[in-house]
Structure formats: structure tokens, C-alpha cells
Design a protein around this ligand. Sequence first.
Ligand code: GDP
Length: 173
Amino acid sequence: LPEIAFAGRSNVGKSSLLNLLTGRKKLARVSGSPGKTRTINFYLINDSFRIVDLPGYGYAKVSKSVTENWGDMMETYFDNRKGLRKVVQLVDVRHKPTAQDMQMYEYLRHYGLDGIVVATKADKVSKSELSKNISMIRKTLGLSAEDKVIPISALKKTGYDQLLLEIEKILEE
Ligand code: GDP
């Protein structure tokens, strides 16, 4: 089955977005304890594709072995999932993407899985800040004109219809 994965640092709002996308509450655990062994979770949607919840990265407190473990897990996943079509990169709309966000995006580029970025927590900024911050995100991640940055608020439930359209497009390719 085709798969669409979601990546982002811990606390970016991934669980909230995935709960919204899958229409099921608490499907993904919201704010689990950082540093614990994390796993990749798969959710079957309409018997036609899978949404993949990649473990959040970037907790300052996690040990080096956990970080290395995370990298190994990602590599194994990216190397072996034949159905993987795209990895949606999540960044917090309020902040400049972190070094780890940039590293993650480079990784996606390397695997040809890049191209869709979701800017989370869009309700937390004004309209003018939103467009300014999206430009900043584009610049920091080095996006090209055809790459998408989709602002989403899981709180206000806005923006995810556009993401669903992009997912449909990917699944039709
Ligand atoms: P995860 O660690 O990436 O899975 O992030 P969570 O979904 O657990 O969200 C982290 C925190 O951000 C929680 O306190 C959420 O309530 C909050 N949050 C997530 N999405 C939004 C959003 O769109 N708007 C606002 N205002 N808060 C959000």
C-alpha cells in the first residue's frame, strides 16, 4: 500500500494533526514522555493508503544513543518502505526551522521524499506574521517554487483540507 509519512520535532503538533486527519481521537498519543523508546506507527485509511507517524526528534534531553537509534530507525524505514510516496515535514509556524529540521529535510531530499511542509499552530500568529514566517521557513529549508508550505491549525481545524488535496494528488501519481 502507498504510505504518506509525517515527520517533525517533538511538540510540533504532529499528534494533533494526525488525529484530525484520521478522524479518530487519540489515535496518536499526545505528548508522550520524551526519551523513551519510540516506534513508528501506521494507520490504515479507507483501506487504500497508510499514514505513518514517525517518532518526533529534537528533544534536548534525549541521550546520544537514543538519537543514534532514531537515525538508524529512519534509515531502515526509508530504505525498505517501497510504498513510501512522501514525507510531510512539520515545522512550527512561529519559529525558524531548527538545525534538526534542516537536517531532516536534507534527508528527505536525499531520498526524494521532500516537497510538502506543514506549518503547524497557524492560529498562534497573525495573518501578516503568517506570510512573513512562511517566507522565512521557505528560505531556511531552501524550498523551491513548486514545494508546498501549508499552514494548518489543529485547534481551529483549518488548512488540512489543502493537505488532504495534496495527499490525494500524491496517491494518484
Ligand atoms: P507532537 O509532540 O508533535 O505530537 O505534538 P502534540 O500534538 O502533542 O502538540 C503539542 C502541543 O501543542 C499540545 O499542547 C497541543 O495542544 C498544542 N498544539 C498542537 N497543534 C496546535 C494548533 O494547531 N494550535 C495550537 N494553538 N496549539 C496546538
